[in-house]
Design a protein around this ligand. Sequence first.
Ligand SMILES: NC(=O)c1ccc[n+]([C@@H]2O[C@H](COP(=O)([O-])OP(=O)(O)OC[C@H]3O[C@@H](n4cnc5c(N)ncnc54)[C@H](O)[C@@H]3O)[C@@H](O)[C@H]2O)c1
Length: 289
Amino acid sequence: MELAGTSAVVTGAGNGIGRAIALALAAEGVNVAVADIEEDAAARVASEAAEHGVGSLAMRVDVVEEDHLRQLADRAWERFGSVELLFNNAGVIHPMKPLVETSASELDWCFGVNVGGVMNGIRVFGPRFVASERACWIVNTGSEHSLGVPHLQAGLYTATKHAVLGLSDVLRRELPEGVGVSVLCPGIVESTLWRATERRHEAYGGAEPGNELGAAAMALGLPAEDIAARALRGVRDEEFFIVTHPHVVEIAEERWRGAEAAFAAQAPRYDGDEQYAADNVLARLSGSA
Ligand SMILES: NC(=O)c1ccc[n+]([C@@H]2O[C@H](COP(=O)([O-])OP(=O)(O)OC[C@H]3O[C@@H](n4cnc5c(N)ncnc54)[C@H](O)[C@@H]3O)[C@@H](O)[C@H]2O)c1
């Protein structure tokens, strides 16, 4: 998809990957709406974006609140006239711990932001993109955690990022041609994700100090600017999977090898087995087969 002359909305754009995406877009001449739960950070990035001579706006948005996304869409359309790109990027990670020690409120928080926030963006912007009849694109930020299990102690986070891959894969098949979808799947990136608990809502347990191990690990990650450059290239090339860290292929392969071996041992193919394929069952029910 051609980026020149378009306008974009980026959530979680006050810091890290979202900030780098917003600034990379601005450098390409794309107008950009910078949305973040941290209002000051959003304002800083919007004024950095404006230095590229594009239109920009900053807005405090909590992606858990569908209404915030509606207001953001209204403001972006009002300011730019149209919007063609949505980066559903805001995300959080819970303190590192085994799944059995995670709490119900950590689950609600991580799923609320990482999955609910992405769905709110899709629900608000998806119908507008379809109605606009312009070429549009939605990028949902997943992770290497969308493709397998890169490391332990982040189980809820892993589950949310699998969900982002799943819903993105459905969405790309449901939307009409002209509205594309990508899932961005980075490994470790320099960012402030380790500070996620400092921004945690009262409803989910309130703020607590960030994760020092996470801070040290993320300081060793790929620069966010690299991820942003790959994200823009992915949209230009209309790729569904946007991948960034070559070693992550092993994580995806390990998942697939496990599934493949299980099928070979327990459920090998046989002639006529496709009678149970959901598509065929539904076609028989609808009388089209
Ligand atoms: N940093 C990594 O190693 C890494 C790797 C793969 C994927 N990711 C994903 O990339 C995305 C961006 O994270 P990042 O690494 O740049 O971290 P980051 O913390 O630097 O940026 C995330 C931004 O989202 C904002 N945010 C948090 N909760 C929000 C909410 N409810 N509503 C609106 N904004 C909110 C934060 O204020 C922050 O500015 C996330 O979805 C994250 O899961 C990060």
